[in-house]
Design a protein around this ligand. Structure first.
Ligand SMILES: Cc1cc2nc3c(=O)[nH]c(=O)nc-3n(C[C@H](O)[C@H](O)[C@H](O)COP(=O)(O)O)c2cc1C
Length: 648
């Protein structure tokens, strides 16, 4: 029988004798942290198991490194170490507990290896297609025939280890500028021997790897080959060559997985991991082109978060499989919800890069919208409260809603007061901003979830601390948000000055010439939005950088937009007065007048401490949530809302 909602997406696919329960695969993601021997810990396994639990047909662990020489950093599972076997086995078992195909990525850093995994004893050996110096200043040695044979053997040994562990498929990483991608690339491979030059020669090493894996593991171990359909860098190969490469792989691997880009190029990075400024499914065309020329099943990946779009991709034959990485962090239950008619309950990934940033810098998985991620072992939300309490939540932004939903699900009697006519708080501002659509969607999803609980929601109700105290609650959760910083400059009360809520309308309530006072993340995003509407936009920022509070990948993505836009950015510039003509400012050298019809205030938010203080001791237990603790991101508001509700 076919699934009534997504007959194509939910359809099984049998590849080389193995049946995948649907067409949504979990794209490879490496672990933000591992144990000191670089084996997966319980926490890492719990993260991947949660992806499997939600209905993905397969889940891939990223960056199993096949050779000590190929290590780039310490987030890579050491597949050359037999000591990895126990955790790999646990991983395979965890996947199989959910009828999910267990996949391990096989990778080698090639010329980018060395620096971050180096123990400091002398210059590490770094291998690549050519003799050169890599971006970390390390000498790269061109691989000899023997080295190529040896490393190809490492891939096969790693695959054998995976097979022993019960893993069903290896995903050979030939894209994004990893070693095999370096050999495939005309711009990275300058060899003149049989491993370089023609496309046939550049594909020789990947084919050797595949051949060795097949010989070592037999036909029973599935091989998925990840390639970039286009390198999307200057001098890199494009889709025409990508098609030819796929034709070489056709019939030799079980799945051709078509991604895009090269990770060392900042602009390409935000296409490999599509940013919120690019349309969803922006890389599907690469898979679709390749699929026209091969018989092997083709997978597509990148910026996919909508089951309707995925259904269309499969139904129209653009790809046989869709793969998701960030969406499976944001809502691991995505497939189950889609296939059971609950697509409206899917939390859609908004591509804010919270996951990637925290993975790299804080060495943990987390998600702006999903408070469970990274804490799967501690997740207790399913446990009913031992003693149901009377809970009052003040404020219906995302933090307040998350708190109310979680508390209600645990059995508490919750009343939520919101002073406005709508729930959603700050995220309501994103409704009309195309690249923030998925953020707005999150507020709507929370509202829907809230309505499905028995929370008593009182809109248009501004409740005071005294009134709250009079209600005799056991717990009060205060999520009243923050207020905008208003710089104390002359003319700030002028009609010309608008707050960010001027953007909360279908037609923003600003003039043609807009000067944005404050070039942090919020001001910079507002600038991009207004520029896209054809406004003349200038950003005034007193620091020496704009959007300095943005995650750096998001900033890269904004930068691409900024470069092609008419937005003027004035750094090291201090606003002095709002005049009839515009905003008078001072730089280090001079006073300048920036003409404006509207001066848009984006100078940050601050806690309304007086208001917050009033709420203390309105009940035995009072919890503060979100911006009223410290103005921050959705991440902190949702996390606090969820975790404090667990604390009740
Ligand atoms: C946190 C994180 C870790 C990732 N780790 C890997 C990895 O180890 N190997 C790999 O090939 N791709 C890795 N990727 C890339 C994804 O597999 C995927 O290609 C990319 O994120 C685009 O898909 P998405 O838009 O569904 O996230 C990672 C992505 C994220 C967000």
């Amino acid at each position: 029988m076919k699934n009534q909602y997504y007959p194509n997406l939910a359809d099984i696919i049998t590849i080389n004798g193995v049946t995948f329960k649907n067409r949504i695969f979990g794209a490879p993601m490496s672990n933000p942290e591992l144990d000191p021997s670089c084996h997966m810990r319980k926490e890492d396994l719990a993260f991947h198991e949660n992806r499997a639990r939600g209905g993905l047909a397969s889940v891939a662990v990223g960056l199993g490194i096949v050779d000590p020489v190929g290590r780039v950093h310490t987030k890579e599972v050491t597949l050359y170490d037999i000591g990895s076997l126990p955790s790999l086995k646990e991983y395979a078992n965890a996947m199989h507990r959910h009828n999910c195909i267990a996949v391990m990525e096989l990778a080698h850093g090639g010329k980018y290896a060395g620096a971050r995994s180096h123990d400091g004893a002398g210059e590490p050996l770094v291998l690549g297609p050519n003799d050169e110096v890599n971006p970390d200043g390390l000498h790269v040695t061109s691989m000899s025939d023997e080295e190529i044979e040896r490393v190809a053997g490492c891939y096969a040994d790693a695959a054998v280890l995976c097979q022993k562990a019960g893993i069903d498929m290896v995903l050979v990483h030939g894209g994004h500028g990893w070693l095999l991608g370096q050999f495939m690339s005309p711009t990275m491979n300058h060899r003149t021997d049989k491993w370089g030059g023609s496309l046939e020669n550049r594909m020789r090493f990947p084919l050797l790897v595949i051949d060795k894996i097949r010989k070592a593991c037999g036909n029973k171990m599935l091989i998925e080959y990840r390639m970039s359909g286009s390198e999307i860098i200057e001098g890199g190969y494009g889709i025409d060559e990508g098609i030819k490469m796929a034709k070489v792989l056709d019939g030799k691997v079980d799945i051709i997985h078509v991604s895009a880009g090269v990770h060392e190029d900042q602009d390409a990075f935000v296409v490999t991991h599509p940013s919120m400024f690019i349309e969803h499914g922006c890389n599907v065309y690469l898979a679709a082109e390749i699929k026209k020329h091969v018989k092997t099943p083709v997978a597509t990946v990148g910026g996919l978060n909508d089951p309707d779009m995925m259904e269309e991709i499969i139904a129209s034959g653009q790809a046989d499989i869709v793969e998701i990485a960030r969406q499976s962090i944001c809502d691991p239950y995505f497939p189950e919800k889609a296939f059971s008619g609950k697509k409206d309950d899917i939390t859609k990934c908004c591509r804010c890069f919270t996951c990637f940033y925290n993975y790299l810098t804080n060495r943990t998985f987390c998600c702006a919208f999903n408070p469970v991620v990274g804490n799967e072992l501690e997740n207790k939300s399913g446990f009913p409260a031992t003693e149901p309490k009377k809970v009052i939540v003040v404020g219906g932004g995302v933090g307040g809603m998350e708190a109310a939903i979680t508390a209600a699900k645990r059995g508490h009697a919750v009343t939520l007061f919101e002073k406005n006519s709508r729930l959603g708080g700050q995220l309501l501002a994103e409704q009309y901003i195309p690249f923030k659509k998925d953020m707005y969607n999150f507020a709507q999803v929370l509202e829907r979830r809230l309505r499905e609980t028995n929370v008593d929601v009182r809109l248009n109700t501004k409740i005071t601390a005294q009134e709250v105290a009079g209600l005799g609650a056991d717990v009060v959760m205060v999520a009243v948000g923050a207020k905008p910083v208003v710089p104390p400059i002359e003319g700030i009360g002028s009609e010309k000055v608008a707050r960010l809520d001027a953007l909360h309308h279908e037609e923003p309530q600003v003039g043609q010439k807009v000067v944005i006072l404050g070039g942090g993340l919020v001001g910079s995003e507002a600038a991009i939005y207004l520029d896209s509407l054809g406004k003349d936009v200038t950003i005034v920022e007193m620091k020496d950088d704009w959007a300095s509070d943005a995650y750096f990948m998001h900033k890269n993505a904004m930068n691409i937009y900024m470069r092609g836009s008419n937005i003027k950015i004035c750094l090291n510039t201090v606003a002095e007065a709002v005049t009839d003509e515009g905003l008078l400012c001072r730089t280090h050298e001079e006073e300048i007048l920036l003409e404006a019809d509207t001066v848009l205030l984006a100078a940050g938010m601050k806690v309304d401490q007086e208001q917050v203080n009033d709420f203390y001791h309105t009940a035995e237990r009072v919890f503060m949530i979100g911006d009223c603790v410290k103005p921050g991101r959705v991440l902190e508001a949702v996390s606090l809302g969820y975790n404090r509700a667990i604390d009740i």
